[in-house]
Design a protein around this ligand. Structure first.
Ligand SMILES: [Zn+2]
Ligand SMILES: [Zn+2]
Length: 431
């Protein structure tokens, strides 16, 4: 290439390239500057984990940080939640980014200098407390994003709302059945918002990778309870019984036909699992009743309605055919984590910009659930997965979330800071 061609190329390409990447460069630079601090915040949260609705120490650190960045901060939302509002220098949409703060009753087995030493009595059982789902990294990453975007405050074309929510894992206390996101929505956190973004770190996805899926991304969860009532009898005189054990066995088998014969599985999967069966006390007594519990995972309301109806039809009619009764209770827990297809398509280039096209992967529907879904019922949202597994580890054997060996490679965090920051400014239409 001669000098003139080079000059022409330079003259024509530079202003365009500069306009497109100037903002990205700025985000990258700010994100790199805060990376070490993000890792330190995370280590501190990891060493001091707090269970759902008890995240007072974490929330205090978050609130202090947001205040130090000059934000309007509200504390004590949905018990321990913190919301910070960053008003940009120019008018525009309100975009929300969310992190969850709660840890789990898991005893950490990792040998880390910042290993959790916290213990608790959880529903009568002694247990350790551990950030075994990686929410410590979510809090630290979003604190980093807050710092990056606050550093660009005057240029922001809109408002950024930072949500640090409690109790994503839900509360086990039978008297309150709720999640931080659900309660925040009820308190109106989404009322003045145009869109919401969030991420989950993943211990079985390599660092540097972002995973996404338009439409239904994670399952809705319903709890299932079936109580089968028959007639008690001596085990040696079964003809005088209405045997709830045999009837329950038939119901369990009948339920298997829902996914295999009623659900259009070529579109999207579904799951019906019976997780426990309780009935009887002795080898020679046919009991009066059997109780079964299980979980249902679905990806649309139509699918959910169909499965609920089939569970009732199968359960009640098999019981009736035996002369027994089946009382069926289905409790809706988490809704579907549904990534608005239009928003996802609009934001995909932002993800590719920060991670590189080859590192943005489409994922299969996840059969786990997220309370992020409650926000997405209110406004369009996008929830992505961020790689947290050492690049040379095997995803098949890397410890999964909620286990004592759950481990994160901290070098993956900075991509989370860059991704969420880029999503926010790109949504505002900045360039
Ligand atoms: Zn979890
Ligand atoms: Zn989680």
């Amino acid at each position: 290439m001669n000098k003139i061609t080079l000059t022409i190329l330079f003259l024509f390409s530079f202003p365009l390239a500069h306009a497109q990447s100037g903002l990205q460069d700025r985000i990258n630079k700010n994100a790199m500057a805060v990376e070490q601090q993000v890792i330190e915040w995370r280590r501190d949260f990891h060493e001091h984990p707090e269970l759902g609705n008890e995240e007072t120490r974490t929330a205090g650190i978050v609130a202090d940080h947001l205040k130090s960045l000059g934000m309007d901060v509200t504390e004590g939302l949905a018990v321990t939640g913190v919301v910070g509002v960053l008003k940009g220098g120019q008018a525009g949409p309100t975009v929300t980014i969310r992190a969850d703060m709660d840890a789990l009753p898991v005893t950490e087995r990792n040998d880390l200098p910042f290993k959790s030493q916290v213990t608790t009595n959880y529903n009568g059982q002694e247990s350790g407390v551990m950030h075994a789902c990686g929410h410590d990294s979510h809090v630290a990453i979003l604190m980093g994003v807050a710092e990056v975007l606050a550093g660009m405050k005057d240029d922001l074309k809109g408002t950024v709302k930072f949500i640090f929510q409690p109790a994503e894992e839900g509360l086990e206390d039978k008297t309150v059945e709720s999640w931080g996101a659900k309660q925040l929505v009820e308190e109106g956190v989404m009322d003045d918002v145009d869109a919401i973004f969030g991420l989950h770190i993943n211990s079985q996805t390599p660092v540097g990778v972002i995973k996404y899926k338009p439409g239904p991304s994670m399952a809705a969860v319903d709890n299932l309870e079936i109580q089968v009532k028959g007639r008690q009898a001596h085990g040696a005189y079964p003809w005088s019984s209405i045997d709830p054990i045999v009837t329950s066995s038939q119901i369990v088998m009948g339920l298997q036909t829902i996914v295999s014969r009623n659900v259009k599985i070529i579109e999207i999967p579904a799951i019906v699992t019976i997780g426990a069966i309780h009935g009887g006390v002795r080898h020679n007594i046919i009991p009066e009743e059997v109780e079964m519990i299980g979980t249902i995972r679905t990806y649309s309301e139509a699918q959910q309605t169909l499965i609920h109806r089939r569970i009732r039809e199968i359960g009640e009619n098999i019981a009736e055919s035996a002369g027994a009764t089946a009382e069926i209770n289905i409790k809706k827990m988490y809704p579907v984590t549904f990534n608005d297809p239009e928003l996802t398509a609009m934001m995909l280039p932002s993800l590719e910009k920060v991670a590189g096209k080859d590192n943005v992967w489409l994922h299969d529907p996840v059969t786990g659930a997220e309370d992020f879904s409650f926000y997405q019922k209110e406004k369009p949202g996008l929830f992505i997965f961020l790689g947290g597994m050492p690049a040379d580890a095997d995803p098949e054997t890397a410890p999964s979330h909620h286990t004592p060996d759950f481990y994160l490679d901290e070098s993956g965090f900075v991509l989370g800071v860059r991704a969420l920051s880029q999503l926010a400014v790109d949504y505002m239409g900045m360039n």
